[in-house]
Ligand binder design. Sequence first.
Ligand code: NAD
Length: 258
Amino acid sequence: MSHLKGKTALVTGSTSGIGLAMAIGLAKQGANIMVNGFGEKEAAIAAIKACGVEVEYHGADMSKPAEIEDLIKQTEKRFGSLDILVNNAGIQHTANIEDFPVDNWESIIAINLSSAFYTSHHALPGMKKRNWGRIINIASVHGLVGSVQKSAYVAAKHGIVGLTKVTALENAKTGITCNAICPGWVLTPLVQKQVDARAEREGISNEEAKKALVSEKQPSGEFVAPEQLAALAIFLCSPDASEVRGAAWNMDGGWTAQ
Ligand code: NAD
């Protein structure tokens, strides 16, 4: 399968977790990949290169608009186009609102929400010129429902669902689509931190903390796999998905059906 051969995908925050799975999934379909993120970049690059595509890395900090502009420019320069933009980079912090450190609020809004505006702002002119593009915003079930102690994250994720709708509408008569993917619990480094905190707080094992965390919200009792989310992103890039526009598509073990 290589229906994305000749296309270029930028996945922000693709050095680990969901972003890395997205990058590998898109590379397996033939897309060249611009990798970004602060994790183990050499391992990520090697895993994507093994799919037989061209890979480049840019270390833009997604909280810095000037670095984001350079990321888009360098992607277009290196590969000739930016066709698929996956806005994935994200961070988390949990605390009640009255205790929430203001710096954490600012950085979550910048990385989880504003960065998707800046990437889209700079990527859309090229996509419009070619009349083809896919923008996939990795939101969350927290773009659809709330949870305690996640004010900044829930606000940013609801924001990105709104941004997705406007991006889709403004480009509805073009070959550019924009959709959000809303995962439930996925066992990545971002969630492992919450598992560790719970194990310590409740004096339980890592396995017990994982089970407690996932069962509390997801009726299936199972984590969503990053590869399952990548398969959805690949579908959204396919011709069959050309009329999926402005969706907020949950994959959450039944979390938001309740
Ligand atoms: P992760 O921690 O494994 O990956 C986050 C990625 O973002 C890493 O590559 C990291 O280096 C990068 N990153 C963080 N700050 C950055 C910055 N300032 N500039 C550039 N890159 C930066 O986490 P993940 O769980 O794979 O999360 C990926 C996305 O999925 C996030 O937007 C997250 O909110 C979302 N999500 C995760 C879950 C889950 O259960 N894990 C559920 C729903 C949504």
